[in-house]
Design a protein around this ligand. Structure first.
Ligand SMILES: Nc1ncnc2c1ncn2[C@@H]1O[C@H](COP(=O)(O)OP(=O)(O)O)[C@@H](O)[C@H]1O
Ligand SMILES: [Mg+2]
Length: 247
């Protein structure tokens, strides 16, 4: 039996949020959220509609300001930094709804994904890596993003995020609206991405699939963390199965 303290010391958090509060205008949405992402893991965030999952992704990536509390990433405090500076440190968000420019070709979209200084080194090779990871994108290289299927657009959004050379990839609802086979393909690719050394944090409505591929999970409710634990443990909990898996 490993000593629990020793196990804890081995745990390296790439990102930590402590007492994080954030919201919109007068509205306080995240209320003292404690949250961490272990380096090299897939962390899933689940919870009902309106629980604050997207708001958490926006706060971590810097799209909305931290009102109080702190976010550390890769050993430094980032909570005061704007989104482009966090991107430069290796935090990339693939927002909900994919949001690819419809008139750009697949190839142009990938090039634009490498716009930041951090991403510049090795960008040509990285595009080839993306075509190897997502062969569908290679077939559609010169197609306009707007003409792709929902699943292909999701892959393109993912690949665009990876073009920024992230250490941490934040994904908001990557399987939303996809046919089941496409969603499966995306989930398989997430594993491959994690295995290549990129840490992933994933918000998902598809709780079963998310916890199946995740190492760790957080359950959010009404702007706070209701529960967290190893994904395999969350999957066996009666309350999770009833509330989120309809079992
Ligand atoms: N841009 C916004 N302005 C004001 N309120 C918002 C905005 N986006 C989300 N909210 C509110 O914040 C709460 C949490 O939303 P969100 O983070 O999108 O939840 P989830 O992603 O878990 O469905 C909801 O009550 C929602 O209405
Ligand atoms: Mg959301």
């Amino acid at each position: 039996m490993p000593d629990p303290l020793h196990v804890d010391l081995l745990r390296v958090d790439l990102l930590q949020a402590k007492n994080l509060c954030a919201g919109y205008g007068e509205m306080e949405i995240l209320k003292t959220v404690d949250f961490s992402i272990r380096e090299g893991s897939i962390t899933a965030v689940i919870g009902s509609n309106g629980a604050g999952k997207t708001t958490l992704m926006r706060a971590l990536s810097g799209l909305i300001a931290t009102r109080s509390g702190a976010i550390t990433f890769d050993g430094g405090v980032v909570s005061g930094l704007p989104a482009h500076e966090r991107l430069e440190k290796g935090v990339a968000l693939v927002p909900e709804g994919r949001l690819v420019f419809p008139d750009f070709t697949v190839h142009e979209t990938l090039k634009v994904g490498a716009f930041s200084p951090r991403a510049h080194e090795g960008w040509k090779q990285r595009i080839e890596d993306m075509y190897a990871l997502f062969p569908r994108l290679l077939q559609r290289k010169q197609s306009r993003a707007g003409s792709l299927s929902g699943g292909e657009q999701q892959m393109l959004a993912l690949a665009r995020g990876l073009m920024s050379r992230p250490k941490l990839l934040l994904l908001d609802e990557p399987s939303l609206g996809l046919a089941p086979m496409m969603a499966d393909e995306v989930f398989r690719q997430l594993r491959t991405i994690r295995d290549s050394g990129i840490t992933i944090c994933l918000v998902e409505q598809n709780v079963q699939a998310a916890l199946d591929i995740a190492d760790y999970g957080y359950v959010m409710e009404d702007g706070h963390v209701k529960m967290h634990g190893p994904a395999a443990e969350l999957l066996t909990m009666g309350s999770i199965r009833e509330s989120y898996l309809g079992l």
